[in-house]
Design a binder for this molecule. Structure first.
Ligand code: UDP
Length: 239
């Protein structure tokens, strides 16, 4: 089959959990390398690639806040976790010969570049993969919201949300064997039917800006390229 990208520029959201692989915590190097290879293959199609990484494999603000740390501080710890993941993913991409830059929403010039929109756009124009770290830079937000925000800021044709399942189902497929997968739904249907795609803030941003969100499985090798070419198992949310 002929594989031709449907998009000029996309943003891929990779959760921290995805980088954990079979481990219970932290980074699983083989898995990080495999995801980097999938991103490199997608980049080789000629698509401009932006990435937002999560941090849930290391720290989640809500979890640490249950142990006595205040929520905002816990969220900063979570944002720092995303920076570690971003560095690991960037290093894996660089090893595979892909020029990659990490841009952090929190200023840490000794570690990586600070996010500014013009800087990010310049890197993308030059064909570099840009990994956005530290989420939105604000507590009480998630990296899904950062993904929707950066996708809109960068003028991406779609937000590719890599998850543990291959799309959006009528109900939770892990609990309901009769659940079926949608190929396509609208932003409004997601809200009306209370389908779980992203948190409310993230989804509102996508909906207001008519940003297509494509949900697919990170476990399927080559799935990022497939989705970019409109192939493979996935659910597309579009207006
Ligand atoms: N976080 C935050 N603001 C942001 C993005 C992330 O405070 O804009 C914190 C928050 O505590 C979150 C953690 O960073 O729990 C890790 O991000 P997330 O849970 O979104 O990661 P994922 O679930 O994708 O691994």
């Amino acid at each position: 089959t002929e594989t031709k990208p449907l998009y000029h520029r996309v943003l891929v959201k990779v959760s921290g959990e995805a980088l954990m692989g079979p481990s219970a915590y932290g980074l699983h190097q083989e898995t990080v390398d495999r995801i980097a290879a999938d991103l490199a293959a997608a980049h080789a199609l000629g698509v401009e690639l932006a990435v937002v990484v999560g941090g849930g494999n290391i720290f989640r603000g809500v979890q640490v806040s249950k142990q006595g740390v205040d929520r905002a501080t816990g969220d900063y710890m979570g944002m720092l976790a995303t920076v570690m993941n971003a560095l690991a993913l960037a290093a894996a991409l660089m090893r595979q010969g892909v020029q990659t830059r990490v841009l952090s929403a929190l200023d840490m010039p000794a570690v990586c570049e600070t996010y500014t929109r013009p800087r990010a756009l310049a890197h993308l124009d030059r064909g570099r993969v840009v990994i956005f770290a530290a989420g939105t830079g604000n507590p009480f937000f998630t990296t899904d919201t950062a993904a929707a925000l950066r996708a809109v800021e960068m003028g991406c044709g779609a937000l590719l949300k890599a998850t543990q399942v291959d799309g959006i189902y009528t109900s939770d497929p892990k609990q309901d064997p009769a659940a079926t997968r949608y190929d396509r739904v609208t932003h409004d249907e997601v809200i009306q039917q209370d389908l779980k795609v992203m948190d409310t803030a993230a989804f509102a941003l996508a909906r207001e800006n008519a940003l297509p969100v494509i949900v697919f499985s990170i476990h399927e090798p080559g799935s990022i390229s497939s989705v970019i070419c409109g192939e493979g198992r996935a659910t597309t949310v579009a207006s």
